[in-house]
Design a protein around this ligand. Structure first.
Ligand code: SF4
Length: 475
């Protein structure tokens, strides 16, 4: 049987840094004295979870977490270069350490892979540059630095290995992230990922399931499976599980009540995924399916490998499900050559689908991508106009969709408390944010039933419907 989920309000204010120990035993808690580390993370959930694993590597080596960058002996920036701004931010952070000689400063992630040894030219005080496809080499790179090496690099992209760690330091005490697939074999014309994270490689299903069991034993009830194209998963072990097989197997782990997965590629999105959600209550009622554009010409230029019609067909499977599955998406506006009519096709797609949430961005050219040399750049003010228009349009759609839930009762996994507002906050299976009041003193990590009284574009507001939730197996 699983252990009870022991979590306090204090642990969210000051994370307790849960440690998930794997096959090899390692210090479960930071030790006093010795060297310390600090990791600043930019970008997506994949990066956030990579940092958790890198922290695990350091804990296993006897490092302890420092409370600030200034106090750390080893400072890592885990970087993102999906957008230009994020990459610039990293160099501005590095500039703050100009002339620093007492600490080991390292750059990890996409900017590390993209800029490579040029980082040493721009910031000579940096001593480690390592892309995510080489994280398995981190222990040996750190060894080299500790034994007097001046600079080390891990920039190999040509790999079929995944990053397995002895332990993982979990920063989120409510939701545990589990990587199932790394890299990407698609070649979207605007995207740096194939150049920074390497080819697609799936983890053996046994490794994923063992991790899920350990997380359940540690008290986690919600797991989010991660991958740049999570639904392209193919088990490399003799068991040969498909993505859907793996979803069902993780959902069947004793103690796990919710399984999420992100990000799905429309090309690999199948009816079987919808059927699995429909007949497996542990699989959350949410699919994030990035469309990027509603125009077939733009989709072709983006090399997205599906048409608007094929995408809409997949949405129709989701809409035909018995469970009410939320659909969210990513959209890029102002792709080179996008005409106003093509932009309006995207707006039409928002109306046709009625997304529950959209992450929308203006196109920004990234190094080494084919789109960066395409003609037809859209002027910045026009990109911003389109973005604002799209966001306002989508806001109205979300207002209507959320308003339809007023009067319903939703099950919420409570993940935080707003002390000033006297409200608890959590998410539904469909990933909607719900803020609510309750007489209960501590609800963190519990499943609460909440009567929805009001709604906005991005959240719902309500009142705790029953006085007791029964903890991780609450009602
Ligand atoms: S599917 Fe396309 S957008 Fe997604 S990570 Fe791969 S190349 Fe990038």
């Amino acid at each position: 049987m699983s252990k009870p989920f022991d979590i306090s309000l204090e642990s969210l204010v000051k994370p307790a840094l849960p440690v998930d120990a794997g096959a090899t035993q390692a210090p479960a808690q930071p030790t006093d004295g010795g060297k310390s580390f600090y990791i600043e993370t930019f970008g997506c959930q994949m990066n956030a979870h990579d940092s958790e694993k890198v922290a695990g590597v350091l804990l296993a080596r006897g490092y302890r977490p420092a409370s600030s960058a200034a106090q750390a002996d080893l400072m890592f920036y885990n970087t993102c270069s999906i957008r230009e701004k994020a990459a610039q931010k990293v160099f501005s952070r590095l500039g703050e350490w100009r002339g620093e000689h007492t600490k080991i400063i390292g750059v990890l992630g996409c900017v590390a892979q993209q800029e490579g040894e040029e980082i040493f030219e721009r910031a000579p005080w940096v001593r480690l540059v390592c892309g995510s496809a080489s994280y398995r080499r981190l222990p040996e790179l750190i060894d080299e630095l500790e034994s007097g090496g001046r600079r080390v690099t891990g920039l190999d992209l040509d790999t079929d290995e995944t990053f397995e760690t002895e332990i993982t330091r979990r920063d989120n005490p409510i939701r545990a992230y589990v990587t199932i697939i790394e890299g990407c074999d698609y070649a979207c014309s605007y995207c740096v990922v194939p150049h920074t994270r390497g080819p697609e490689r799936s983890r053996p299903s046994d490794a994923v399931l063992n991790e899920a069991r350990r997380l359940a034993d540690a008290g986690y009830t919600e797991i989010q499976l991660l991958g740049q194209t999570v639904n392209s998963y193919h088990d490399p072990s003799p068991r040969g599980l498909s993505f859907v097989d793996l979803l069902r197997a993780v959902a069947a782990v004793d103690g796990i009540r919710r399984v999420r997965f992100t990000t799905s590629h429309p090309n690999d999105f199948t009816r079987e995924i919808v059927e699995a959600i429909d007949d497996t209550p542990e699989l959350c009622e949410h699919v994030h399916l990035p469309v990027q554009s509603g125009s077939n010409r733009v989709l072709r230029a983006m090399r997205r490998t599906y048409t608007r019609e094929e995408y809409l067909e997949k949405i129709s499977w989701i809409r035909a499900a018995r469970r009410p599955i939320n659909v969210t998406s990513d959209i890029i506006v102002g792709f080179p050559g996008e005409t106003d009519d093509e932009f309006q096709e995207t707006i039409g797609l928002l109306d046709a689908i009625g997304y529950d949430g959209v992450f929308s961005f203006i196109y920004s050219p990234r190094p080494n991508t084919t789109a960066s040399s395409m003609s037809g750049a859209i002027p910045e003010p026009e990109k911003l106009r389109r973005l604002a228009y799209l966001q306002e349009h989508q806001r109205q759609i979300q207002m209507a969709r959320n308003a339809a839930l007023v009067g319903s009762t939703q099950e919420v996994l409570v993940d935080s408390r707003h002390a000033a507002r006297g409200q608890w906050s959590g998410r539904t299976s469909s990933n909607r944010v719900v803020n609510f009041v309750s007489q209960r003193q501590n609800l963190l990590g519990e499943y609460a039933r909440v009567r929805i009284e009001r709604s906005g574009p991005n959240s719902l507001v309500g009142e705790h419907a029953v006085d007791t939730t029964g903890g991780r197996h609450g009602t």
